[in-house]
Design a protein around this ligand. Structure first.
Ligand code: GUN
Ligand code: FE
Length: 484
């Protein structure tokens, strides 16, 4: 663990709700040695740091080596780490490939052959090392990962994230039908045994019980209903029923051909959503990826069960799956996070998902029929606001990963997963002359500096890249960043 308490002084931006961001230019954030945010004070000038710290019992007289002060400079600000609620670690070598396919052909021709290569643990080790390093560099402090179907490689992914200090949910894909023989589990029994072994392993290397959440946690991962026999679905349902704290992730209603095949395989279910509901898989802590073609009735079931949705706009564009109606989900009270989906899209990290989610919401708004009857239309058929987009990238993501008590914004008592953004390093992140957020700049009022911060935050969301992310902290520990 870290030797000292750390005080971060400077501008912060974080999500308070779907509709509200807090912009504070002179915040003082106190992070304990075990990575927990002890307290936050607002409107603290540099000259007041010592007194404010003293009011919390922290003595800063120059002799106290147990307290480190990190002073943000110039245009810098802190924001919470980004949460990728749906990504496939073994698909990274496929990024940019397979542009000509839609979902089912893409799985057969591009994806399954790549994932089959992860039977080789040496290959898995090398790829996963890079995946974790690169996703941390783009500011993803938490990722909900699908590994391949292999137990050994899935354990390697869990060990790699833990070693690198990335918060993660790790799932081994369950798939015992409808996949090529060389990439399919021999039976439901084998699939369940390997799943239980992975859960035990992850919990052993990262036990619960300390002041912070276990950094890496297991996630039950029926790949999608098409790849699981009824027997396997039933056993996985029993597994999660035994343990309400277990996370679960799967794909739902991504592509029209997939939906048709699924309903043919589960003829007693009236919808794709009903298949997962039948096996007890819809509950708090369940992450449903894509959800492009949900009917209003399906959205109501998902909302009633408190399951969450991972919106993957880049992948949904790229595989021509369709445009998910996020506004309607939000109006239904469903928590929504963002997911890169990895191979399905062609971008890593969550900034690109913010950009594509914004573009998609504008297209939906353009195409919306104003005559459509609706009782609740706060978000439906409207462009997603900046607060809503950043909520999905952080607090909403935390919520659907069942980690909202621990991460997602800078509330006292949560863990410090954060980015230091240093605007201006990448070519697109262009600062206007005279835009300075430092308290010492003298001439600007706090309100004027908030306005500059708002502009830089918007630029961060829409034109930055990893060069602008100077530090990445998870649980208070610096794990990546462009600052050398
Ligand atoms: N459905 C089942 N498997 C996958 C996958 O790997 N990616 C996407 N986008 N959809 C899937
Ligand atoms: Fe996916």
């Amino acid at each position: 663990m870290h030797a000292s308490t750390t005080l971060y002084h400077g501008p912060i931006v974080h999500s308070l709700s779907l509709d509200e961001l807090e912009y504070a230019v002179d915040a003082l954030v106190c992070v304990s040695p075990d990575g927990i945010i002890n307290w936050i004070e607002r409107n603290v000038d540099t000259s007041e740091i010592q007194d404010r710290a003293a009011s919390h019992g922290l003595i800063l007289d120059g002799t106290n080596n147990a307290v480190e002060i990190v002073q943000l400079g110039g245009h810098e600000f802190l924001c919470p780490g980004l949460i990728d609620t749906h990504t496939h670690a073994p698909q990274y070598p496929n990024l940019g490939l397979g542009q000509e396919y839609q979902l089912l052909d893409w799985l057969s021709n591009v994806t399954f052959p790549r994932e089959a290569m992860f039977s080789d643990s040496t290959y898995a080790t090398a790829v996963y090392e890079e995946v974790v390093k690169r996703t941390l560099a783009v500011g993803v402090t938490t990722a909900s990962y699908y590994a391949s179907l292999h137990e050994s490689a899935s354990k390697i992914l869990a060990e790699t994230t833990l070693r690198a200090g990335q918060r993660a949910l790790i799932g081994k894909c369950n798939m015992d039908r409808n996949c090529p023989p060389e990439y399919r589990e021999p039976s439901a029994k084998d699939s369940i045994e390997a799943t239980r072994a992975l859960i035990s392993h992850v919990r052993a290397i990262c036990p619960a019980g300390g002041p912070t959440a276990p950094l890496v946690q297991p996630c039950v991962t029926p790949r999608f209903a098409l790849s699981c026999t009824s027997e396997l679905m039933a056993s996985l349902g029993e597994l999660v029923a035994e343990d309400p704290s277990l996370h679960l992730q799967t794909h739902l209603s991504e592509n029209t051909a997939e939906i048709k095949e699924t309903l043919d395989l589960f003829p007693d279910c009236e919808s794709y959503t009903a298949v997962y509901d039948k096996y007890g898989m819809l509950r708090k802590g369940t992450i449903l990826a894509h959800c492009v073609w949900l009917s209003p009735a399906e959205m109501t079931v998902i909302s009633d069960r408190h399951a969450g949705i991972s919106h993957c706009p880049t992948s949904n564009f790229n595989l021509m799956s369709g445009g998910a109606r996020v506004g309607a989900m939000l109006d239904e009270g469903i928590e929504v996070g963002l997911g890169s989906d990895c191979g399905g899209g062609f971008a890593i990290g969550i900034l690109s998902q913010i950009r594509d989610a914004s573009k998609l919401s504008k297209m939906i708004a353009l195409n919306a029929s104003t005559s459509e009857p609706s009782k609740k239309r706060k978000y439906s058929d409207k462009p997603l606001s900046i607060p809503a987009l950043f909520h999905m990238a952080t607090l909403g993501g935390a919520s659907i990963c069942n980690l909202k008590d621990r991460i997602g914004n800078f509330e006292a008592g949560k863990e410090f997963d954060a980015l230091r953004v240093t605007p201006g390093a990448s070519p697109g992140f262009f600062l206007d002359v005279g835009e300075d957020t430092t308290a010492t700049s003298g001439s600007k009022s706090r309100q004027e500096r908030v306005e500059v911060l708002k502009r830089n935050f918007e630029r961060f969301l829409f034109v930055s890249d990893d060069r602008d992310i100077a530090d990445v902290w998870v649980q208070g520990r610096r794990v990546a960043g462009s600052r050398s």
